[in-house]
Design a protein around this ligand. Sequence first.
Ligand code: ATP
Ligand code: MG
Length: 369
Amino acid sequence: MRIDRIALSGFRNYDEETAEFSPGVNILRGENAQGKTNLLEAVYLLTGAHSFRTRFDRELIGFGCDWASILADVDSDGREQTIRLLFRRGQRRTVTVNGAKKTSAELSGVLRAVLFSPDDLYLIKEGAAARRRLMDAAIPQLRSRYAQLLTDYNRLYENKTRILKDWREKPRLLDTLDEFSDGLARCSASILRYRASFVDRLGELAAPIHRDFSGGSERLSLAYRTVSTVTDPHAPAEEIYYQICEHQERHRQAELDAGQCLTGIHKDDIDILINGVPARTFASQGQTRTAALSLKLAEREIFKNETGEYPVLLLDDVLSELDAGRQEFVLNRIGGGQTFISCCEDGTIRRRTGGRVFAVRAGSIRREE
Ligand code: ATP
Ligand code: MG
């Protein structure tokens, strides 16, 4: 899994720019606000996902431009493929693979990437949304149906939320409430089974990494937490569906009173324990960083185990946030796949990785010899 070439037009601060990447380590070096993260964002968008910075495609289009495009040659499962994304103001994005039109969901899996940014270092201490983001960024790249389920879930959730908010002024809205609740229960049942398996695998792979990282002294474990009536998240979807309906029934009046959707997988979380106690509450700063790094490195291993290939790894400014020991640990574990590292300096990282260096400056990408 790698990206060989990219061409950007009207994308963020890039007018027209191209670059050819190394199959190993690529270092994007440059001052602040030059376009390093923009380039990583372009690579990430090729996975079919939404940007890790914005929900709005219009923000990707360069100031003063009507459209933006990202064209890339990638090697995926041993096949050369050309992906093109086109973003036009006021229109849906267009995706083509080898000239054939695809949906964003169909693009998932053509190029797979794992992003690692300084925000991820707070994965453990932050609210549940950060841990849901981890699941929702990874799973669609491995299970294309998941992307569609999430889209459907979000649409149903918005509709239900609107009904719960406005039903007092427009009581007729209540006629369709049950229909939306039912749709949400069905989507939730499928989504949570995917999430439960992912968290199991993540836990299995993160535990040995964290053990190594902590010199053998710490035991990291994960548990998926979802709607409380669900007794076994691996049970058949039909069984889970009935358990979610039961939860909805119990909370029906509370939802009407609160004017909000109180039940569903949008509240899911991952419990993260170190030596049996919740890391979010008890772990030190250093321990939570180490655990976060272990989770991100484990995420990369899941992709490798599932697909036989390492995903493209995007390290956005993360190394400068780490002490020497943790930097070394990460750099020692990123072999075997293509990696992009953005940073403000190149000296030590270049020496330690032997990577290809690109100077990124005011929307230009220049390879350094
Ligand atoms: P840092 O080291 O501070 O993280 P960076 O090199 O990663 O910097 P980027 O986040 O890539 O910087 O942003 C580079 C510039 O792109 C910023 O100055 C930003 O204002 C500009 N920019 C963002 N969106 C657009 C857009 N849609 N059109 C034009 N320029 C944009
Ligand atoms: Mg940046």
